[in-house]
Design a protein around this ligand. Structure first.
Ligand code: F6P
Length: 338
């Protein structure tokens, strides 16, 4: 038997731990060969396959990124690519595929499974918004990086009596903002799930500074948006699309409406790099192991998921078109302790 494995979408810390678990379980416990596929679905279409043995995965459990490389390529969105992909999988004698990815990659995986390829998905995204699993690989590490950044910004904001705005990743959902904001003791956490009332935010900052504080920390998820009908005084004051500049507009607005000294830190890709936490390494190892075991049993068309400490296999059809949003209760707690 032969398994192919690919990583797609944005990289996250913990991917290598998952690849290692797949290769080791396949080889040690089942004598199954594993072929690595370079650069996600793109490499599968371009025929970039290579043998992955225990030698290649030795010493990578603590390494960030992915030894396979990644891309944001969707075979079904590129004319003729699916036929080439199916042909390549046949030529390489691949019996089953393991696809490690976020929404985009797993969505492509579901479509590839629909045309008859035996396939298991493994969820990864620092944004943690893959439906059906409490955690995706990479989120815990991103939260840990963002928390330690907020800790550092706290002391400098306090020393200079400033309002610190910290922009974290989270295109559609605010899991990093809420989890890191709460852990870092942020005063205000702004997420895509709750549209921002900028006037109310400024009122709350003023109240805080007039009554008991001389500095504030505001954590903003990059995908946050203003509530319907609201506008910034200076709309689009940067040339970037609004989704990339919301935190800058928030800073500008507070600056215009108050006399506070402010600064903005955009954490960006630093959240996706470096050493995975123990939690992410273990989750990745459990998902990788579960994926191989599922292939051995023939449980195809499923995604490994974590719920209440248990690893399960969830059918692709249960995930289709859904994303995991942050519950309001969590957002409320993150904002209730200013
Ligand atoms: O999807 C994960 C993510 O890290 C988002 O939070 C972010 O918006 C995006 O990827 C950035 O993607 P890229 O590295 O392609 O710019």
């Amino acid at each position: 038997m032969r398994i192919g494995i690919l990583t797609g979408g944005g990289d996250v810390p913990g991917l290598n731990a998952a690849i290692r678990a797949v290769v080791k379980d396949a080889d040690i416990n089942h004598k199954i060969d594993v072929l690595g596929i370079h650069n996600g679905w793109k490499g599968a279409v371009e025929g970039k396959f290579f043998e992955l043995t225990r030698q290649e995965v030795r010493g990578i459990i603590d390494r960030g990124g992915t030894i396979l490389g990644s891309s944001r390529f969707h075979p079904f969105e590129n004319e003729g690519a699916t036929d080439v992909l199916l042909d390549n999988l046949q030529k390489q004698k691949i019996d089953a595929l393991i696809c490690i990815g976020g929404d985009g990659t797993l969505n492509a995986a579901a479509q590839v499974a629909n045309v008859g390829i035996k396939l298991i998905g493994i969820p990864k995204t620092i944004d943690n918004d893959v439906y059906g699993t409490e955690y995706s690989i990479g989120h815990d590490t991103a939260v840990s990086v963002a928390t330690s950044a907020i800790d550092r910004l706290h002391t400098t904001a306090e020393s200079h009596n400033r309002v610190a705005i910290v922009e974290v990743m989270g295109r559609d959902h605010g899991w990093i903002a809420v989890n890191a904001g709460m852990a870092g003791g942020a005063d205000f956490v702004i997420v895509p799930e709750v549209r921002l009332d900028i006037k109310d935010l400024i009122q709350r900052i003023k109240f805080r500074h007039e009554h008991h504080a001389s500095y504030s920390i505001i954590v903003v998820a990059e995908g946050a948006q203003l509530m319907d009908g609201a506008e910034f005084t200076y709309q689009n004051f940067t040339h970037e699309p609004l989704s990339r500049s919301i935190s800058r507009n928030i800073l500008k607005e507070i600056e215009l409406q108050t006399n506070y000294d402010l600064f903005l830190t955009v954490l960006g890709h630093v959240q996706r790099g470096g050493t995975p936490t123990a939690f992410d390494r273990n989750l990745a190892s459990r998902f990788g192991y579960a994926a191989v075991e599922a292939i051995v049993r023939g449980d195809f068309g499923t995604v490994t998921t974590l719920n209440a400490e248990q690893i399960n296999l969830t059918p692709f059809s249960d995930l289709a078109g859904k994303q995991q949003a942050v519950p309001l209760e969590l957002i409320d707690v993150a904002n209730a302790l200013a």
